[in-house]
Ligand binder design. Structure first.
Ligand code: ZN
Length: 272
């Protein structure tokens, strides 16, 4: 049984502030180790649960947060960007399932460090009229490859909004949000123990899990943080401007939608 573990940082126990998520300061250096240890707990849980091969996808920021020498040596690590499948890279390897560790609530949600892909550029993203976050986007991208989500961890807001999408998955709540940059966290040790158990339980229920598949084409509406960002993105002729800070496009697949959104995220660096 081959398993992919996609690891973000905002949902990790003990992480509350943007400083902890950005390279170049001591807070980040501590937070990336908390992230790495939650990844190690998930790797251990995957092998407990019967995995024979485990890939770990470093899914935050520049995708090179977890020092490879501190990761469980049984896993293979996917790092660096750009890459077409982004936080879901590895789903093309013929997997039994994916686990999402350290994930966070969608942009506009009430969770700790809630955002979708790029908090500078994207106010929120709707698909088929429904707001979506990263777990929905990348869970549906995995679904397009026939891969179900088996387990996910993050704060209570993340769990509440994501559970309905993956009813057969095991969810682990690592902390409770009391604001965008405040909350009450499990200790890192307790969080790791819960993640290890959660991954093993998710793998045990793999036979019941179903891939999330969205009808195609996808009607995507992207709400930008400023009109200038929408001006920039609408240089791309596939986009239709519908408001000062909103554009829409139809994507032939979830993969195409994710790639187009990540291109916009990259383009937004021009306006930083
Ligand atoms: Zn992140």
């Amino acid at each position: 049984m081959k398993i992919l573990i996609s690891v973000d940082i905002e949902g990790v126990a003990g992480v509350f502030h943007t400083q902890q998520t950005r390279a170049g300061n001591p807070e980040y250096e501590r937070a990336r180790r908390l992230m790495t240890e939650e990844a190690n707990a998930a790797i251990a849980g995957a092998f407990d649960g019967g995995a024979t091969e485990v890939w770990v996808n470093d899914s935050h920021g520049d995708f090179r947060n977890m020092p490879p020498d501190l990761l469980d040596e049984r896993a293979q690590v996917i790092q660096g960007k750009p890459r077409y499948l982004s936080m879901a890279a590895g789903v093309e390897l013929g997997l039994a399932g994916v686990c999402m560790v350290g994930y966070h609530a969608r942009a506009g949600g009430h969770g700790i460090l809630a955002h979708t892909i790029n908090s500078f550029a994207f106010a929120h993203i709707d698909i088929g009229g429904e707001p979506v976050g990263e777990a929905a986007l990348y869970g549906a991208l995995a679904g397009e490859y026939g891969v179900p989500v088996l387990m996910a961890s993050g704060d209570d807001a993340f769990v509440a909004e994501t559970k309905p999408l993956f009813p057969h998955a095991v969810f682990v709540q690592t902390k409770r949000a009391t604001g965008q940059t405040s909350g009450i966290s499990l200790s890192p040790a307790q969080s790791r123990a819960a993640i290890r158990e959660g991954v093993a339980a998710g793998l045990a229920a793999q036979a019941q899990a179903r891939p999330l598949v969205w009808p195609r084409p996808l009607a995507v509406t992207l709400h930008t943080q400023t009109p200038a960002l929408a001006d920039l993105f609408c240089q791309w002729p596939a986009f239709e401007r519908i408001e000062a800070t909103a554009l829409r496009f139809d994507a032939p697949s979830t993969e195409a939608a994710v790639r187009m959104l990540n291109c916009c995220s990259a383009m937004s660096a021009l306006l930083r």
